[in-house]
Unconditional design. Sequence first.
Length: 826
Amino acid sequence: AQVWNAQELEARWGGWWEEQGVFRPLDDGSKPRRYVLDMFPYPSGDLHMGHAEAFAMGDVVTRYWMQRGFDVMHPIGWDSFGLPAENAAIKRNAHPAEWTYKNIETQKASFKRYGIAVDWDRELHTSDPEYYRWTQWLFQQFYERGLAYRKNSPVNWCPKDQTVLANEQVVDGACERCHTPVTKKALNQWYFRITDYADRLLDDMAELEGNWPDRVLAMQRNWIGRSQGAHVNFVVEALQGTGTDGEGAERTVTVFTTRPDTLYGASFFVVAADADLAEELVAPEHAEELAAYREQVKALSDIERQSTEREKTGVFLGRYAINPLNGEKLPVWAADYVLSDYGTGAIMAVPAHDQRDLDFAKTFDLPVRVVVDTGEEDPAETGVATSGEGALINSGPLDGLTKSEAIAKAVEIVESAGTGEATVNFRLRDWLLSRQRFWGAPIPIIHCDACGEVPVPEDQLPVRLPDDLRGEQLAPKGQSPLAAATDWVHVACPSCGAPAKRDTDTMDTFVDSSWYFLRYVSPNDDTAAFDPDAVRRWGQVDQYVGGVEHAILHLLYARFFTKVLHDMGLIEHTEPFKRLLNQGQVLNGGKAMSKSLGNGVDLGEQLDEFGVDAVRLTMVFASPPEDDVDWADVSPGGAQKFLARAWRLAQDVTSPRGADPAQGAVDVRQTTHRAVAEASSSLDNHKFNVVIAKTMELVNVLRKAIDSGAGAADPAVREGVEAVAVLLSLVAPYTAEDMWHTLGHDDAVLRAGWPTVDEALLVDDTITAIVQIKGKVKDRLEVPADITESELEAKALESEVIKGLIGDAPVRKVIVRAPKLVNIVV
Ligand code: ANZ
Ligand code: ZN
């Protein structure tokens, strides 16, 4: 007798699906379209367990929608620019492309073995000139619209790696790669003006509600950080020599506050120590002290600066700011806990109601004045600022008002006096996109002494990376390695012809991944980044699948790009990803796999030992897709046994194709139709593990039917086994395909179509209803499945058991949930 053998099945069907074009969408309008996308992999080496988990989940959705009759596009590509390739090249005296494309070949072979239903014809690499040409083109579109610009500003700088770091690359104040403390350095860098889209990035989240995980929406919202508040102007007195204002002139400094109601509680004024403003305001006798303090602040990260654990530090500037509401003079300080790039970089300090201000006031012995009576103890005594609701006190015209009334009133007063206005402030910063690195898309700008910034003409794109730099030449040296490629750098200005220089920075790889989902619709188009008609046909990504580590930046940037492209009139939709699924992690022994713990599991070894199908099935069966899978707790060996059992069913069926299942055993048919119905609803609710549980139940019933009953010749058994093959086609492609062909079909099982459920087979004739008294189960009744609420109530109250228990006690309430439950309250 034949036995189920994973290697044999993989050899038999590997490559066949691609030959048959099973994974390629028709794109001819004959069926409704669906677009499924897994976040594309970085080609760091071979596939690992994390990929295996993520892609197994995305594939369930893809294959299910294919079976349901959709024309599904499920593409794959490679996020193939980035630092690891550059580091490997430096170490091996090679070019980053060598390492990158070799890894891609390895990973690609593994993906094919893993049987993912992707259309390989759409494969893309972000490091191909055919791709980055359009990344550069998009940069220029942004540039023309004023959405890409250069500015000189302090950026995170790793003194060891000699490169700029994005905020997310700074972990606890240190470089995430080499752990060197990060400093700030003023540099001229490129930015995307994502802050122009802050409101829309927030507001459009309404349409994602319920379709994206709540925690991801919360993280996006928090990152954008909209604060409702006011700008209030303070006049800083007797300031000498402020340029155009002349000698002795006054100078207005604006603060951002979310609590204008507390204006009467302001007792000092603070500007960010690292802001130019601090230097402009400082009185000459304090200038030296400030300069020393600024040096000290430079070395700190924003996180350290805002830490509540650190002792507050600061320098008095010898100036006073006048409170526009009551004319009070507030001493002006410079401190590091106020950030230069948030709000206006200056605050009015209200120590009674803001903990940071209170800590500062305690350190420097500054006054604390309560202006909101919250009923709590005096902050000056307790050291705890109060932020609750209460009536205003010590606040002149605001006295007696509630917090929100006082906010409105204070805004009204400053607005009518012309000393302030209501405003909205965002935490979101513009996106710093330039990197002093080699392996990325060159910024397509030429710098000319006469003309300034000149975009490379469109017909000269792509600006290709030079291919003659190797090893040490790629190492970071405080400026981009491209600066050393002299032949490459020196060009004629496209505008005036004079000698000019290329921009030597490359783009953050997040730029590449902000539009790749659009490229897939027309991956070989060499006339445009994407074909707008094709984008219209496919629309949004219907289901996006990827890790929660991308919950903020990648998704935010992709959303931003989508909105800009919409505004350019190139696409209709404004959100890229309709539904988002964050798959869990694969752990081992309850912990993330890591080299240092030595608990890594090698995917290749698992596949060799158990076969692709058993590994995939184990991933999906372990838990709902969002939950982590602990590889120490699962049993790929058990999955193998189950697959072998399912596979044997197909070998045993003897009834011919097309036999009428209605002639077969009804109980077998009921199990089949119930399994399919429950699988459908579980798939719609992303409970993929339940699908497997239902399939297992069905396999058991079919085995029994074959071994006894009407046996292998029963057409109801054939119907059931065909359903098993279709259900398994979502997770165990090799086994399912083989079963399908054993059952006499020639076409791919993915083209079988989802079994049609006969509703009549779903209803049980009778059902067991539970009768409770005050929530405790007291009796069980066999009732018709379609019993009405009033019939069920009557039956319950007539039950001898229940009558005996209730006795003479009056029935106060009867809750009925037909056909399953009655709860009587006495
Ligand atoms: C007075 C005040 C009184 C404040 C009070 C708070 C409570 P969010 O909600 O995060 O927007 N602030 C403004 N700019 C700042 C900066 N550059 N660095 C550090 N802190 C800054 O916070 C806004 C509040 O944070 C502002 O409202 C300001 O303090 C402070 F009982 O003004 B508040
Ligand atoms: Zn020029």
